[in-house]
Ligand binder design. Structure first.
Ligand SMILES: Nc1nc2c(ncn2[C@@H]2O[C@H](COP(=O)(O)OP(=O)(O)OP(=O)(O)O)[C@@H](O)[C@H]2O)c(=O)[nH]1
Ligand SMILES: [Mg+2]
Length: 388
């Protein structure tokens, strides 16, 4: 006995379950005229039609704008269930459209999701397009296939892609001969398509990943823009309101830099796809430069503070020591200690050298006067030493 498996997919409400029932010749799947979609399920039904065992898996209608991950994950798990139901794969994938329904952006999103989930070439290789609501077809003068070929835009691309394996179905017909003729036509078209197998589904993982990245990219970009604006606020308040030390400021900037680099690394791994959103890498680059400039500034301030401290220390040391010497010009030991000035700056050294020679000259002259017996004039010496 011939065994034929069909997997039915399409936008919610297009008549997927009704088509399933027509194919099986009995009511197996729940149909509804409700305006809302039915729950997310994959249901299998089977029936003997002539010399053929027909198995149908009805995947509940798709409703997606591909802006969240749920529909992708849902469809992926429903297809896995469907492939478990039919381990030898599907004779054909049936993409269900509605005759007289406009081929809108919603249909395009459904198609995008189907291709991403089952593989980019699923329409070209494995699909038959079935239009339900065939009872509304009133173009008696032209065949349905001529009508298909005369369509324009995105729907024309789809029909051409599946090589016009297209068929009109009237799910409302009570005429058994008409029902049989529709099924026979579908079986014929199905043989023109390739069997859809588990291995094909498995190798579509990269397409699923790619759509996943495309869906997540604007969400990630939004998160990144929040991170950037938060970091900008922190840097601004560091500039305007900081009252702590430069050392603490530098530590904080290093922390921000670390956070930014970590965030950037994670963002690179997320593989952002180009889309209708601001690319966060530009703002991150600006932030990096901003932090680096602030760090350099803080480092210079710290260096300046340390130089100032040293200057202050030396200045006080010098003032203390030079005043001692000024009142005691005769103490040569004090004069000698000038050799031991700690880490003199060049200008200090120049000044000290000048002062030392003046002091030595004073001492020499004091000793000379003393030797001549005139050295008791202390006031004169002091006056000279005050020059120091
Ligand atoms: N006139 C007409 N109505 C149809 C045809 N096929 C389906 N319908 C109607 O379309 C409506 C939706 O049919 P369903 O088979 O429940 O659609 P579905 O795609 O399975 O919907 P969900 O599973 O809820 O997404 C029902 O009211 C059906 O009676 C058809 O060929 N002709
Ligand atoms: Mg249904």
């Amino acid at each position: 006995m011939k065994r034929v498996n069909f997997l039915l997919l399409g936008t919610s409400g297009n008549g997927i379950s009704s088509l399933g029932n027509t194919l099986l010749g009995r009511t197996c799947f729940k149909t509804s005229s409700d305006l809302h979609a039915t729950e997310n399920i994959a249901v299998k039904g089977s029936a003997l039609r002539g010399d053929c065992r027909i198995t149908v898996v009805d995947i509940s209608g798709i409703d997606t704008d591909n802006k969240s991950l749920d529909p992708l994950q849902n469809l992926k798990s429903l297809i896995q269930i469907a492939l478990n139901y039919c381990e030898d794969g599907f004779t054909a994938i049936v993409f269900v459209l509605q005759f007289c329904g406009r081929y809108t952006r919603q249909e395009q999103e459904t198609l995008k999701l189907i291709k991403a989930t089952l593989g980019e070439d699923v329409i070209a290789k494995n699909t038959v397009c079935v239009f339900t609501h065939g009872d509304l077809y009133k173009h008696e003068t032209e065949s349905f296939i001529t009508w298909c070929r005369s369509q324009k835009g995105n729907i024309q691309n789809v029909l051409a892609e599946c090589n016009y394996r297209c068929l009109l179905f009237n799910n409302k017909t009570e005429d058994v001969r008409n029902q049989d003729a529709q099924l026979k036509e579908l079986l014929k078209l199905a043989t023109e398509s390739e069997r859809y197998t588990l291995s094909q589904f498995q190798s579509a993982e990269k397409e699923r990943k790619s759509l996943e990245e495309e869906i997540l990219s604007p969400i990630i970009a939004q998160e990144a823009s929040m991170f950037v604006s938060d970091m900008q606020t922190k840097l601004k308040s560091l500039e305007d309101e900081w009252t702590g030390s430069n050392k603490d400021k530098l530590d904080l900037l290093s922390k921000y830099q670390e956070e930014l680099l970590k965030f950037e690394g994670e963002l690179v791994n997320k593989n952002l796809k180009p889309g209708n959103y601001v690319n966060p890498f530009g703002s991150i680059k600006v932030l990096k430069v901003n932090i680096q400039t602030k760090r350099k500034l803080a480092e210079s301030e710290i260096k300046l503070e340390s130089l100032n401290d040293r200057f202050e220390t030396q200045h006080h040391w010098f003032i203390r020591n030079s005043s001692t010497r000024a009142t005691c010009p005769a103490r040569s030991s004090t004069i000698q200690t000038t050799e031991n000035f700690p880490q003199e700056t060049k200008s200090f050294k120049r000044q000290n050298d000048g002062r030392r020679s003046l002091r030595e000259e004073n001492v020499r002259s004091y000793n000379l006067q003393k030797a001549r017996g005139k050295g008791n004039d202390q006031s004169k010496d002091t006056k000279r030493c005050i020059v120091l």
